[in-house]
Write a protein of this length. Structure first.
Length: 221
């Protein structure tokens, strides 16, 4: 890449290229974006976001555009509620409606309805509708509120949310969101608290959760 960075996002585009947005570089938080082309093995500069941000999300929409939400900006680590859309066909960013709550270190996941569920850093959650470019409140998660949770879309269309951190304490809590009835339910905890892990839905319908960290210790499983 042209700029070394951390706390950024990487989103696979429909073209097979990868869009990298924001993060923190040697000189501070970044607006600069880059695109990786695997067919050439080269990086190219893309249009910059309107605000520098890290700990944000970047979700590929069914339209092929990318929705970027929230994060932290350089103004004394202020949390953002702003959102913007990247169009790979024009290499341009455009503003869209702001979220109802400022969020950082949160989670966004594309639903089967083509809408985007956003939650984390608080118990509130909300849904972005690309057809109307509007945010609508969703039902609140069950406490405890946490950040750094990892989510997966299940075959049923429901969303599984696992782990995370609350007040520097790692969590084993898990929740399920059902978009058909707009309802959160708490399910059994994981066998150990964790964050910075991975979650993937398997073809069998089961979900594999791997590694991560708990209370400063890296996990093997």
């Amino acid at each position: 890449m042209a700029i070394p960075r951390e706390f950024h996002t990487a989103t696979l585009l429909n073209s097979g290229k990868v869009l990298v947005t924001g993060g923190q570089g040697p000189t501070g938080y970044l607006t600069e974006c880059e695109i990786y082309d695997p067919s050439t093995g080269q990086w190219h500069t893309a249009a910059s976001t309107s605000k520098p941000r890290k700990y944000h999300t970047a979700t590929l929409l069914n339209s092929g555009q990318v929705l970027v939400t929230g994060g932290t900006t350089t103004e004394s680590d202020v949390l953002l509620n702003s959102s913007e859309i990247y169009d790979p066909l024009t290499d341009k960013w455009s503003h869209t409606a702001s979220m109802t709550a400022a969020r950082s270190e949160h989670t966004a996941i594309l639903l089967n309805s083509s809408k985007v569920l956003v939650f984390g850093n608080g118990v509130s959650s909300e849904i972005y509708d690309p057809l109307t470019s509007q945010w609508n409140p969703a039902s609140s998660m069950k406490p405890p509120a946490r950040y750094y949770s990892i989510a997966a879309l299940l075959k049923s269309g429901k969303v599984l949310v696992t782990g995370g951190v609350l007040s520097s304490i790692y969590q084993a809590n898990c929740d399920i969101y059902d978009p058909s009835i707009n309802e959160w339910d708490t399910i059994a905890n994981m066998t150990r608290p964790r964050a910075a892990h991975t979650v993937i839905s398997l073809n069998s319908g089961k979900v594999l959760v791997t590694s991560g960290e708990t209370n400063g210790t890296m996990l093997l499983a």
